[in-house]
Design a protein around this ligand. Structure first.
Ligand code: FAD
Length: 466
């Protein structure tokens, strides 16, 4: 069975990039078709990424807080965990958000096609589902097919070896869980499973957790986690074997020692790869780079002028807010508006406890690039709000270009760092200097004050790290 439809814009992929591009283009008056192989829109972010992970992390954070409040003389008993109810809560959050997307498609008269899409010559997209092919003729297309988890080539096919999607399914809480990869996804899942009762071991190949962030900002988190998990940095997993009693894992530590250990489950969280294969791109002349990312210009246009690409499939950082921002640029460019993807910064957040957030240039990048900078760093141990909230583990750091005086980067370790970082993002976009930030009146006592104090240390009002 075949059917043909014609639209101004065909969007392949219904994640945050794809649905945002579709919505914006429809709002600008284009006829739009949105294609995704899954029944539910929302992509990785809503279904098996940002949203389910944050739902589970909320439960984990409450469990941890209930334990940490002991310091205030308040004690609770051990948590009673109903795994099925927790899974159900996660599903309800996902359903509410993805259901909302269907409604938003309908009100905008966007044609929603479920099926696997592949480009064909002459401005067409073939969408296949269960033997039925729909030919979508388009004037323009946006590719927003996202990414998938990287699988270690030596890992056997075994249900006890998980990727992030399997970990989020929350089928069981293993007694001993190994997490390969000390990045954001690995650490967030560690927090969830530890709170639910698993013994956690983390193996990270590099010399620190969350490698892109500055080590001094990650250190307070590392010291806290070290008391709860076994953490091996500069350690490489070299083999895995499925045995009846568990997964036997071989790894080599920094000093060259080879070890073997048995784990009930293993989560592989070592990065993601773009979904650019099997899309027919080579047939229509859309270029990809060596890693498989689709190459685009500032308007998100590929090597084929009528085809645009956005989100994870065009490269790092693989973040939902980058995908949505690029989506708006692509939709506006296609609609003939002047648009370009030129953010000065895209913030990154690890929703750990404490959270780590950073934006702009990190200190290690500033050093590598030989940038002459001034630094203000305020320890949360001197913040009245942090101390009174039992959240004194943390620091706020701001970097300023010594010549122009303008902020070039910032990082925060501490409770709500993911919310607090946005003051720094706005400061960078607006070209603020240390005086602008330090002389902006901040409410007291707040965690937000710590960022102003960091700036004040450069502005000259505070001379010592408190
Ligand atoms: P995706 O969300 O991957 O969507 C791509 C869509 O394309 C999918 O629905 C897929 O089914 C569809 N598709 C692919 N190929 C085809 C085809 N041939 N035919 C039809 N459909 C196709 N980011 C954050 O910013 N904050 C977070 O807190 C965060 N947490 C995360 C936690 C986890 C566990 C993971 C895995 C990721 C997390 N991310 C987070 C990253 C975020 O999910 C991605 O950056 C974001 O989803 C990328 O959006 P996208 O639109 O590019 O692609």
């Amino acid at each position: 069975m075949t059917e043909t439809i014609s639209v101004d814009l065909a969007v392949l992929g219904g994640g945050p990039g794809g649905y945002t591009a579709a919505f914006r283009a429809a709002d600008l008056g284009l006829t739009v078709c949105l294609v995704d192989r899954e029944e539910r829109l929302g992509g990785v972010c809503l279904n098996v990424g940002c949203i389910p992970s944050k739902t589970l992390l909320h439960a984990a954070a409450v469990i941890e807080e209930a334990q940490e409040i002991k310091d205030f003389g308040v004690s609770f008993g051990a948590p009673q965990i109903d795994l099925a109810a927790l899974r159900d809560k996660k599903e309800r959050v996902i359903t509410q958000l993805t259901g909302g997307l269907d409604g938003l498609c309908k009100t905008r008269k966007i044609t929603r096609l479920q099926g696997t899409g592949r480009f064909s010559e002459g401005g067409t997209l073939l969408v296949e589902q269960q033997g039925k092919t729909t030919t979508v003729r388009f004037a323009h297309a946006v590719i927003a097919t996202g990414s998938h988890p990287f699988h270690l080539p030596f890992a056997p096919d075994d249900p006890r070896i998980w990727d992030s999607t399997a970990a989020l399914a929350l089928e069981l809480v293993p007694e001993r869980l190994l997490i390969i990869g000390g990045g954001i996804i690995g650490l967030e899942m560690a927090q969830v499973y530890h709170a639910l009762g698993a013994e956690i071991t983390i193996v990270e190949m590099l010399d620190q957790l969350i490698p892109p962030a500055d080590k001094d900002l990650v250190q307070p988190l590392f010291l806290k986690l070290k008391k709860r998990y076994r953490i091996f940095t500069e350690t490489t997993v070299t083999g895995m074997e499925a045995a009846d009693e568990g997964i036997r894992v071989s790894y080599t530590t920094g000093d060259g020692t080879n070890q073997q250990e048995l784990f009930a489950a293993v989560l592989v969280a070592v990065g993601r790869r773009p979904n650019s294969r099997d899309l027919g791109l080579e047939k229509i002349g859309v270029d990809i780079d060596k890693k498989g990312f689709i190459t685009v210009n500032q308007r998100q246009q590929t090597s084929v002028a009528t085809i645009y690409a956005i989100g994870d499939v065009v490269g790092e950082p693989m973040l939902a807010h980058k995908a949505t921002h690029q989506a708006k640029v692509a939709a506006e460019a296609i609609s003939g508006r002047p648009a370009a993807f030129t953010p000065l910064t895209i913030p990154s957040v690890a929703y750990t406890n404490p959270e780590i957030a950073w934006m702009g240039c990190t200190e290690k990048q500033a050093k590598e690039q030989g940038i002459d900078y001034e630094k203000g760093k305020f320890s949360w141990g001197a913040s009245g709000r942090a101390l009174s909230a039992g959240a004194a583990i943390g620091a706020s750091k701001a970097l300023f270009d010594r010549t122009s005086g303008r902020i070039i980067g910032a990082g925060i370790c501490g409770a709500n760092a993911g919310e607090l970082i946005h003051e720094a993002v706005l400061a960078l976009e607006m070209g603020a200097d240390a005086e602008d930030i330090s002389k902006t009146v901040h409410a007291h006592p707040t965690l937000a004050e710590t960022f102003a104090f960091a700036a004040e240390m450069v502005d000259g009002s505070i001379t010592d790290a408190m």
